[in-house]
Design a protein around this ligand. Structure first.
Ligand code: HEM
Length: 133
């Protein structure tokens, strides 16, 4: 049995082989999940929407290791709350969507792979949720 970090890294590499399609599909699914989420992106063009996910994955991954990145994540969470009017429940949908899209794009997906994505990203997502106000 591989450890979770390895499962995550291998899966990440596989889905990033089709990064543009992966990010594009994430947005289709994420915005369709909830009319309030769709509304938050109403005035954001597609290129910026996709850069949001690219940047956000990078932030979440770096934040595990660096205190400076954690502070940046807290700043980002406050900005999401104050400027983008993001609510706590939307983060859960964000993570659920990501795992669904990984399932779709990773040809070697099985449930532990999804669990590995959740375990890897959850601490940073929790930090953002806790720093909303
Ligand atoms: C895990 C969590 C998330 C992270 C790390 C994250 C990260 C980011 C980053 C880095 C940006 C700035 C993009 C840029 O300037 O290039 C951004 C923008 C934005 N995010 Fe998030 N995000 C997260 C979750 C969410 C959720 C749940 C929503 C819900 C609607 C959301 C809505 C937005 C919106 C509307 C923008 C503004 C886009 C723009 O005006 O360019 N984000 N996010």
């Amino acid at each position: 049995m591989q450890d979770y970090a390895e499962l995550f890294n291998d899966s990440y590499e596989r889905v990033m082989q089709n990064a543009d399609e992966f990010y594009g599909f994430f947005y289709q699914v994420f915005l369709a999940k909830d009319p309030q989420i769709k509304q938050r992106f109403a005035h954001v063009d597609l290129v910026r929407q996709i850069s949001m996910l690219k940047n956000s994955l990078a932030y979440l991954l770096v934040c595990q290791s660096s205190e400076a990145a954690q502070r940046e994540l807290i700043r980002l969470a406050k900005q999401h709350h104050d400027e983008y009017l993001v609510e706590v429940f939307m983060y859960d949908i964000w993570l659920d969507t990501l795992v669904e899209v990984v399932e779709e794009f990773d040809s070697k997906y099985y449930p532990e792979v999804g669990e590995a994505w959740r375990r890897t990203l959850s601490p940073a997502v929790r930090l953002m949720k806790a720093s909303m106000q």
